[in-house]
Design a protein around this ligand. Structure first.
Ligand SMILES: Nc1nc2c(ncn2[C@@H]2O[C@H](COP(=O)(O)OP(=O)(O)O)[C@@H](O)[C@H]2O)c(=O)[nH]1
Ligand SMILES: [Mg+2]
Length: 411
């Protein structure tokens, strides 16, 4: 890309660059804190969806091996930190522990399994003094009736007033107890079986995401599987929405970049589609956003696949048509900018389509779905308003080149 084009687009690229840097380097530490056996490790496991941290049913057994031990597990850019129980240490050391937890964490998951004890209130105070957002989680909710739960929540709210934002008080069942199921058949025979209910941490995930969003930290959290929410819950939808918003910004920056470059340096029309599908960088960036990084050669392969479908469905004929119909309207004295501008708009549009198709592929977990690439490309082309995007393209290219519409008449 010529130096002057690069300069024109510096701000756009910088924005994308910063976004990616945040995505790559924006580490996020979430620490679970609380008494022994409230389910800290179980909660972290439930967030991850796998048993990374060892849990123990025997109160106190934790003391053998895990006492005083900090354990950390990385998932994407998110570090989950398991801490010793606050009742394992006394006095000054406890203060120290709370300070250390808070200083290492961007967000503290303060786990309890009943009303707050004096020890817990003291620890909560120490953490709150470090000005870290605290999520106060009433775990083992499966042990309580709805009435009991509501009473507990009311009490927790009272006791944590001024320390925890009431919206950050949520319930969870990180590792619900096994239930006995008794079936009675028509003959009156009873069969007993056991059922292990799945973890219920929907409210934790939801609130966690909201806090991260408010703190501007969702970018760092985006590629951690704890927010993948494949269960199509609310969080999953918001994660997807956040990715889409950022993805569209990445695509737009590349479209403008491509459009301006072609407008300044017009290439033979027939090469336009081919020229527009070389946006390997755009795809590698998009893939990082989706937590499914593509190597440059993989991105190249993906572009070839998409390009082939686009050529089948749109054809070089289209590119020639759009460019020439735009040219026809300017009668005589067409400046190079008009010619280039029309080509630039075509380049913009092609890049736009590639971006949308690739984004769909990534959002589906690197899969084309049943209909294959052809189906996806066709569906996206059908749903795009080509003319308005081309108009938008011309406008954005003109803006970048600081050419007024009067001096550069076009379709
Ligand atoms: N009934 C019930 N038990 C739980 C729940 N979460 C954890 N537990 C159990 O509580 C015990 C202690 O959990 P653990 O995660 O080791 O506690 P930690 O010491 O705070 O890390 C284990 O036996 C867990 O299975 C829950 O939501 N409901
Ligand atoms: Mg533990």
């Amino acid at each position: 890309m010529p130096a002057d084009v690069r300069e024109t687009l510096a701000a756009d690229y910088q924005e994308v660059e910063q976004m990616l840097q945040k995505l790559e380097q924006g580490h996020l530490h979430l620490a679970a804190f609380g008494r022994v056996s409230v389910g800290k490790s179980a909660l972290l496991n439930a967030l991850l969806g796998e048993a990374r941290f060892s849990t123990s049913p025997l109160h106190g057994e934790t003391k053998d091996r895990q006492t005083g031990q900090w354990r950390e597990f990385q998932e994407g850019n998110v570090f989950l930190v398991d801490t010793p129980g606050i009742n394992e240490v006394q006095g000054e050391a406890r203060e120290q522990l709370a300070r250390e937890v808070a200083s290492r964490a961007d967000l503290v998951l303060f786990v309890v399994d009943g009303d707050l004890t004096d020890t817990e209130i003291a620890a909560l105070r120490s953490v709150a003094a470090q000005h870290r957002p605290i999520l106060l989680i009433l775990n083992k909710a499966d042990r309580y009736t709805t009435v009991e739960r509501d009473a507990l929540l009311a009490s927790l709210k009272r006791h944590s007033e001024g320390l925890v934002d009431p919206r950050n008080l949520v319930t969870a069942a990180a590792d619900p107890a096994v239930q006995q199921v008794i079936r009675v058949d028509e003959a009156g025979n009873e069969t007993w079986s056991e059922r292990r209910p799945p973890p219920d941490i929907g409210a934790v995930r939801e609130r966690l995401w909201q806090i991260l969003e408010a703190e501007g930290k969702t970018l760092a959290a985006l590629n951690a599987s704890l927010f993948a929410g494949r269960l199509s819950d609310q969080v999953g939808e918001r994660v997807l929405a956040a990715r889409r918003t950022l993805g569209q910004r990445v695509i737009r920056s590349y479209c403008v970049g491509k459009g301006v470059a072609v407008a300044i340096n017009p290439v033979p029309v027939a090469d336009l589609v081919a020229a527009a599908v070389v946006d390997v960088s755009m795809l590698t960036h998009l893939s990082k956003l989706y937590g499914l990084p593509l190597s440059r050669s993989e991105a190249g392969e993906l572009i070839k696949t998409i390009g082939a479908q686009m050529l089948l469905l749109m054809g070089t004929v289209w590119a020639v048509h759009v460019a020439s119909s735009a040219l026809k309207l300017g009668t005589g004295g067409l400046s190079a900018v008009v010619t280039g501008g029309a080509q630039g708009a075509v380049a913009y549009y092609s890049t736009y389509v590639v971006g949308q198709v690739a984004e769909r592929y990534l959002a589906q977990g690197k899969s084309w779905g049943e209909g294959g690439p052809k189906f996806v490309v066709r569906e996206i082309l059908d749903n795009l308003d080509r003319n308005s995007i081309m108009e938008q393209a011309k406008q954005e290219i003109r803006e970048k080149l600081k050419v007024s519409p009067q001096s550069a008449p076009s379709a």
